[in-house]
Design a protein around this ligand. Sequence first.
Ligand SMILES: [Zn+2]
Length: 348
Amino acid sequence: MRTSSPSLPTPNPIPTHVESPISNSSAASNVHLALPTTPNKNPKSSPSKALEPNVQEVVLGDLLIKPWYPSFYPEELVGAGTERLWVCKWCFRYSVDAGSFVGHVAACRRRVGSGETGRECAPGSLIYERGGYGIWEVDGEEEKLYTQNISLFAKLFLDTKSVFYDVTTFLYYLLVYSDPDTRESQVIGFFSKEKMSWDNNNLACIIVFPPWQRQGAGQILMGVSYELSKREGRLGGPEKPLSELGRRAYLSFWLSTLARYILAHASKKTFTVREISEDTYIAPDDVITTLKEMELLEQRKKGGADVVLNKALVREWVQRQKVDLREPIDMDCFVGVVWGEEGEGSES
Ligand SMILES: [Zn+2]
């Protein structure tokens, strides 16, 4: 759980009985976690409610995890505070009753291993696959219960009031890790995205569940979200405002993307924010934020958008910050008909 440097992380096999010793105060150090975004449009619970989790612990498969924030599980279930909630690791249905939970798990239709592919845990269609990681696109309208349940589970680790009860207007991109040895598959995180975004947001909410954090999974999700916007011609970014955790996770993604981009243009000295943005699909504001963070803005011509960059400083900065310049995702690993070039169809 400590590896953070390799760009293509090798996650632990689904760990057993990992207690997540994360308190609210230390949650902030987990960079790749949650990126809650917009203010609540349709709050289901009072915003004045204390930030104390109302579920003390949650059992996900054979993991025992401590929630970080209050849940939005139904009031009648967790209203008075719940010691332990049982959540199915395949379909994310929940119960406070161990007996009925065990009954459900035995019969869960998403139970991995019940079919031929070993991928039954994720609904929707596979759009990306590389090194044990797969991304599945799910329409909230078609999988209402599933997307509601996974959102409720995510809320345990998100300090956001925007709960996604109206899942129908969102697409969900589930990150599934499949262990090559055990053939165990597990949804370890996801991001959601509005089908129609007036602000060109390419992402609404992103989360990697605590047992799988800090292994680069968040960077994969962000990489895929940007690649999708590139393919849609939707130049944008995550919904703002970002949480502090979200800001840091994104900054890390933008920093390595821009460093890669700048260093790849060996002979170029002057860039415009606009061309950086057009090539990387990172929104101009975010490009500027990132360059400022790198302290690389040598000069900006008055009234213009030219940025003169000192590449030696970029290299130095990359070394100092131990920035991994490898791409978090591989463009050739998108799969399916939608992603075939010029209608050539499925790659499989
Ligand atoms: Zn289930």
